[in-house]
Design a protein around this ligand. Structure first.
Ligand code: SPD
Length: 275
């Protein structure tokens, strides 16, 4: 038995009891899989919790579905990061989606997800899924004007994911979107990672005309409060578009039609003031 602590800031940590710990060193990072009584299996990259069997749905549903619902007919979807497969699984719930590309820099994350997290990674070998082991920024240069929705399911803006939070990168994302294209990015905790959050939203606003920030709960992420940022040039992402399509989504445990239709209503005042 050990107690694992993620040091979320210099002053705050989240400590979880684990019965087993496996550590794998990849070319890019240290990958840890914990077996825990409270959260089931937990995936940790370079000391930061990425996903847990118990609360992953809260993050993946909120990250993926609003962007896909707001698009008039999403067919081609790209997930950058997200090697655990949770975002791919959620994107494939949309009947109009014909292909989901996953661009993950670290192949080892995919191997670990397939071995230890089958309920999260179970759509990585779906016939509509194609996996690219590449740097996300370089990958976008090869795919101009191609995707309807791009999902930035990155780890925190340190190490391999740092580049994914910069204006230059968001410009490349925009270049890879088709007309009516929508981007959604995980943009960190507005409470405990204020600087990361503010910077990411500021950079996104430099590139896209319509930007909207919403929040949700993820118990194992810093402060339990997480932010997501939608962005598009042609679609007004602030509108609750295509809500009638909500009923086609199966097996949702967090997002409801009401939450979708009022996505931005629950964005707290202190978060609005930061954007
Ligand atoms: N602090 C951790 C933030 C992680 C966000 N991305 C997680 C990837 C899960 N698919």
């Amino acid at each position: 038995m050990i107690w694992f602590t993620e040091y979320q800031t210099e002053n705050v940590g989240l400590t979880i009891k684990a019965t087993q710990v496996k550590t794998i060193k990849s070319k890019y990072q240290e990958i840890v899989v914990l077996d825990t009584p409270e959260f089931g299996k937990v995936l940790v990259l370079d000391g930061a919790i990425q996903t847990t069997e118990r609360d992953e749905f809260m993050y993946h549903e909120m990250l993926v579905h609003p962007a896909l619902l707001k698009h008039p007919e999403p067919k081609r979807v790209l997930v950058i990061g997200g090697g655990d497969g949770g975002s791919v699984r959620e994107a494939l719930k949309h009947p109009s989606v014909e292909e989901v590309h996953l661009c993950e820099i670290d192949e080892e994350v995919i191997f670990v997800a397939e071995k230890y997290f089958p309920t999260i990674s179970n759509k990585l070998r779906d016939p509509k899924t194609k996996i690219f082991i590449e740097d996300g920024s370089q990958f976008l240069e090869e795919k101009k004007d191609f995707y309807d929705v791009i999902i930035l399911d990155s780890s925190d803006p340190v190490g391999p994911a740092e580049i994914l939070f910069k204006e230059e990168f968001y410009k490349k994302v925009k270049g890879s979107l088709r007309e009516n294209g929508i981007m959604v990015a995980q943009t960190e905790s507005p409470f405990l990672q204020k600087d990361y959050f503010e910077k990411a939203v500021k950079e996104i606003k430099k590139v896209f005309k319509n930007v909207g920030v919403y929040t949700g709960f993820v118990p194992t992420y810093p402060a339990g409060m997480w932010s997501y940022t939608l962005a598009s040039d042609n679609i007004n992402v602030l509108e609750p578009l295509n809500a009638e399509r909500f009923s086609s989504l199966k097996d949702l445990k967090y997002l409801t039609k009401d939450i979708y239709e009022n996505l931005f209503s629950l964005t707290p005042q202190f978060v609005r003031e930061m954007t």
